[in-house]
Design a protein around this ligand. Structure first.
Ligand code: NAD
Length: 344
């Protein structure tokens, strides 16, 4: 386990369910030791197996020492480090689950896919929505024809609270960091690629986004190959609660993820019930998805599961995100160059 920040802590806990020992390293001094000491791996004798249990936690003092000892690697460090860490692990024959995105640049991703290919070592990318029970079911039903022809899709990723401002400069921005999940899930569920986008962004939450040339509030209109249209919205602050949904409006039915008693919407229709609590953030909303993702990773290493999110899986989402960035900067619709065709 490399990186024990917001998402790394989640993965490090979930890893305990599938591993005999979880080796942890974080570049921040003392963080790995503190994480193990916190009791995450309750009852663990350092370096040994938990008496009566499966898992132990062990802090490591460098990436190199961790890689030497590990059978599999989970990377949850900031995005700019993902590509090199993934390559280092694969060269050492160690399977990788790397947080999304693998890299923020399209040229680098295309080159990386080629560099990784000859090693034949599994690399899974953390698009956790593909492991979420509701998103998986929505894809199955749309593919099975339950909605009829898809006319419109809507996808929202609205964080309740913004991340720490220090996260913003290296995050990749609202399109490549936040809404890349929506682009991946939409194309995966609709089963078509996006050909054109028209994107807009505003800074309404924190000036740090303006200083980074980023937006904290964003919308995009998408056109799919078959003519279906999509609307994507993202915000870094949504006071009512964490709102993450994907809605498919088809000729015969409308199906959605994220619409239940916890959807953070207050209806003003007479007598309509309000939400029964809401999710605080992605960790709670996608808890089952992260667990399933980790179980899937273990299955993949054992040769018992298919890779639902290989490096190429992030390619189209990145193409859409980059097109949205251009559209926002230029102020008009742009086409999505499908440069990675030979890799799909
Ligand atoms: N799939 C998801 O739902 C999801 C959610 C949040 C973040 N992410 C992704 O996960 C990554 C991490 O995001 P975060 O919000 O957890 O960030 P974070 O800043 O909270 O945590 C990053 C951690 O990595 C450590 N670190 C930095 N460089 C390191 C290195 N070379 N080796 C070991 N540790 C190192 C830092 O000290 C920090 O503890 C990002 O790429 C982000 O896009 C994905």
């Amino acid at each position: 386990m490399l990186g024990l920040g917001r998402i790394g802590s989640v993965h490090a806990r979930n890893a305990a369910a599938v591993a005999d020992e979880v080796l942890v390293y974080d570049a921040a001094p003392g963080r790995a030791e503190g994480f193990v000491r916190e009791g995450v791996y309750e009852g663990v004798r350092e370096g040994g197996l938990r008496p009566g249990g499966r898992t132990a936690g062990r802090p490591c003092d460098s990436v190199e020492s961790l890689l030497e000892a590990a059978d599999a690697l989970v990377i949850a460090t900031p995005t700019p480090s993902h590509a090199e860490l993934t390559l280092a692990a694969v060269r050492a024959g160690v399977p990788v689950l790397c947080e999304k995105p693998l890299t923020m640049e399209l040229d680098r991703l295309l080159a990386l896919i080629d560099e990784l290919e000859p090693y034949d070592v599994p690399v899974m990318v953390g698009f956790q929505r593909r492991y979420d029970p509701a998103y998986t079911e929505l894809r199955r039903r749309v593919a099975g024809g339950d909605t009829g022809r898809v006319h419109v899709v809507r996808s929202a990723s609205h964080d309740r609270l913004p991340p720490d401002p220090s996260f913003v400069p290296t995050s990749g921005g609202v399109w490549r960091d936040l809404l890349i999940h929506d682009f991946d899930a939409l194309a995966w569920i609709v089963g078509e690629r996006v050909t054109d986008v028209y994107a807009a962004g505003s800074v309404l939450v924190d000036e740090v986004y303006a200083a980074c040339g980023d937006a904290d509030t964003a919308t995009a209109t998408l056109r799919f190959e078959g003519g279906a249209l999509g609307v994507v919205t993202g915000t870094r602050r949504n006071g009512q609660g964490y709102d993450c949904r994907l809605e498919v409006f088809g000729a015969d039915a409308t199906l959605a993820t994220g619409v239940d008693g916890r959807t953070p919407v207050v209806s003003v229709e007479p007598g309509a019930p309000g939400p029964d609590g809401t999710h605080d953030g992605f960790m709670g909303r996608f808890a089952a998805a992260y667990q399933s993702e980790m179980e899937h990773f273990a299955g993949l290493i054992r040769g018992e599961a298919d890779n639902l999110t290989p490096p190429v899986a992030g390619l189209h989402a990145l193409e859409i995100a980059l097109a949205c960035e251009r559209s926002m900067a230029q102020g008009g619709p742009v086409s999505v160059p499908l440069r990675g065709d030979e890799h799909r």
